[in-house]
Design a protein around this ligand. Structure first.
Ligand code: PHE
Length: 352
């Protein structure tokens, strides 16, 4: 006899073989299991329908089997529920083998990258790094560097003075350095030649902030003092620097200029690294880009620092780090450096 009885037995076997451990989402699967067997339109109520049509003499036997099936299903569900309760903690639906969220790593600011590159280039030819205070005095920033007493750079327009004398309401000589040249003086004061140093650092000028000017920026300055240091040494050193920084094909030219602390003084241009010297809107059609100021250390400066200008000569140069980065990475607006906008900063993640 096929039967209903066999069918019922097959269901019972099936139920008993079902293991909750194979269920992915346990709660949902238990409910599906319940609906399948014990739901209103489930297997068991369907079987009870068929049972009605069964001849009376079979009813007793089949009725028993059906009740066993029902009991097996109910029992299984109890078993499932007990399992879930017992494994509540281990049985989370989130995947504990997934890697955690990585905390984002920061990257170096483009100004640090460029500054380090400049330092690297000069260290390869024997320059060491010297540091000095950002809050300086008038003597180291101006007087020892041969600035005349009425030089306009001393003016309030350019220099941030840290204090004012309350009596006369005039600036005292404590100020934020307007260039890193003060470090030259400090190095020469404490060290006898030969001196070969570069001086990277932050400087301050009282300027309105725009795309082309900022009140804070960075410089790297260099100083070389020894016997028989010549203008040719200066030019070769800077040519080496330009080629390392902007590529082997880079050419340089020096134009006469004026700084109180160097004589003669010059400004150095490099051939435009964008158009290769043909003329473009970056070099304003000239084919040249100005990158730094330089010159032979004025004998008055050597004297002020206790170095005999009859025995020693020296050269010095100074460049703006922001400008170097602008030329190298074609950054058009100085303000981007200080805004900490991640969309800007992230563009330099790959360079270290
Ligand atoms: N200190 C100068 C400036 O800030 C740059 C410079 C340094 C020029 C050394 C000559 C020699 O513009």
């Amino acid at each position: 006899m096929n039967s209903l009885k066999e069918k019922i037995q097959a269901y019972i076997d099936d139920i008993q073989a079902t293991s909750i451990e194979n269920f992915q989402d346990k709660a949902a699967n238990i409910e599906m299991f319940r609906v399948k067997y014990l739901g209103k339109k489930g297997i068991i109520s369907e079987l009870f329908e068929q049972f009605k049509a069964v001849p009376n003499e079979e009813k007793k036997d089949l009725g028993k089997a059906l009740n066993l099936l029902k009991a097996a299903a109910t029992e299984k569900i109890e078993e499932f529920k007990a399992f879930v309760e017992e494994h509540q903690v281990q049985d989370r639906t989130d995947d504990l083998t997934m890697p955690t969220d990585f905390s984002e790593l920061g990257s170096r600011h483009v100004l640090s990258v460029v500054m380090n590159e400049i330092i690297d280039i000069f260290s390869r030819i024997g320059f060491t790094v010297a540091d000095g205070p950002e809050i300086e005095d008038d003597y180291h920033v101006f007087t020892a560097l041969n600035f005349a007493l009425d030089h306009p750079a001393r003016d309030m327009q350019d220099t941030f003075f840290v204090e004012k004398d309350p009596e006369v309401n005039k600036p005292t000589d404590v100020l934020l350095r307007t260039h890193t040249s003060g470090v030259q003086v400090r190095v020469m004061e404490r060290q006898a030649p030969p001196i070969r140093v570069i001086m990277p650092g932050r400087v301050f000028r009282n300027e309105a902030i725009s795309a082309r000017a900022h009140c804070i920026f960075h410089q790297v300055e260099g100083l070389y003092v020894d016997k028989k240091v010549s203008f040719a040494d200066l030019k070769q050193t800077l040519l080496y620097f330009a080629k390392e920084m902007f590529g082997e094909q880079t050419q340089v030219r020096l134009r006469p200029s004026y700084f109180p602390f160097t004589e003669p003084s010059a400004e150095m241009d490099i051939s435009c690294n964008i158009c290769g010297g043909k003329g473009c809107n970056i070099c304003k059609g000239t084919g040249w880009l100005e990158i730094l100021g330089c010159g032979m250390v004025d004998p008055n400066v050597l004297k002020a620092c206790g170095i005999d200008p009859n025995e020693y000569t020296g050269f010095a140069f100074g460049m703006g780090v922001e400008r170097m980065a602008m030329l190298k990475y074609q950054i058009r607006d100085l303000r981007l450096y200080f805004e900490n906008d991640l969309r800007f900063l992230k563009q330099f993640e790959a360079i270290v």
